[in-house]
Design a protein around this ligand. Structure first.
Ligand SMILES: [Zn+2]
Length: 260
């Protein structure tokens, strides 16, 4: 697909799926559910649920997850569960966000720094050549295991708009990020819970956040039902979105869109 045509199509999809709702001045709270890894079945189901509520989902995928060389990570990220870039381009075309998560899902703080940087470059190179409409200046690199160092953050930020990493590393007294502006923030913290179902964790986090003064909460999730580390029940996600879209002071947009 030619780039110009894609952007036009994406704009239409964005309007269809709710990006037009976003008025930063009218909202005090922003919530992003940031789904990692690239589980084919779960990601299509998540997309369907988001579309029911006129919302765009936030997906972050393993660049080499569909390759024969890809090895299972722990007992949750299994090669046979992963989608490919045909899937990711399709979901992006439907108005969802697809961002880089990792090349092969290594903990980059536990490998030599040269290898860690090579892995980041391989991931971003692959996105540039395989994801339709990928724009590096608007991209968010989501560290595997939310594990990074200031040096790795700075390295990735040479090639993307922002990085998402562990909340604990960068947020001292709050669980929220500052509301996004055109110039900040570049380093985003998030929270996750597993390996069992994390419906209750999400409920507690969201309710505390909604009762608080506001900001931008990013919760890192994975698959639905039996897929991935710390999955959500599909029915829970459906009910959660149904409840949240009624809250006037809340916006729910993907990470990259909130930074535009
Ligand atoms: Zn992951």
């Amino acid at each position: 697909m030619k780039r110009r045509k894609f952007i036009k199509s994406a704009a239409i999809c964005s309007a269809t799926y709710g990006l037009g709702r976003w008025k930063k001045s009218a909202k005090t709270h922003a919530l992003t559910l940031s789904f990692d890894d690239g589980f084919k079945k779960s990601f299509y189901r998540i997309a369907e649920i988001y579309e029911e509520y006129d919302l765009s989902a936030c997906f972050n995928v393993i660049a080499s997850g569909h390759m024969s060389s890809f090895n299972a990570v722990d007992k949750w990220i299994l090669p046979e569960l992963m989608g490919n870039f045909e899937d990711w381009n399709h979901l992006k075309f439907r108005g969802h966000e697809v961002m880089p998560h990792t090349w092969e899902h290594l903990n980059l703080t536990k490998v030599p720094i040269t290898k860690a940087k090579e892995n980041i470059d391989k991931c971003l190179d692959y996105f540039e050549s395989h994801l339709e409409g990928y724009i590096a200046e608007e991209a968010v690199y989501n560290f595997a295991f939310n594990a990074s160092t200031p040096e790795l953050d700075a390295f990735a930020l040479q090639r993307v708009r922002a990085i998402r990493t562990s909340g604990r590393l960068i947020l001292e007294n709050t669980r929220t990020n500052a509301m996004p502006t055109r110039n900040s923030p570049h380093r985003l913290g998030c929270w996750a819970n597993g390996p069992d179902f994390c419906d209750e964790f999400v409920d507690r986090e969201v309710n505390e956040f909604l009762a608080g003064p506001g900001g931008w909460l990013i919760i890192n999730l994975h698959g639905l039902d039996e897929e991935g580390w710390g999955p959500l029940h599909a029915g829970y996600l459906d009910g959660l979105l149904k409840r949240l879209v009624e809250i006037e002071y809340l916006t729910m947009l993907p990470t990259g869109v909130l930074l535009l």
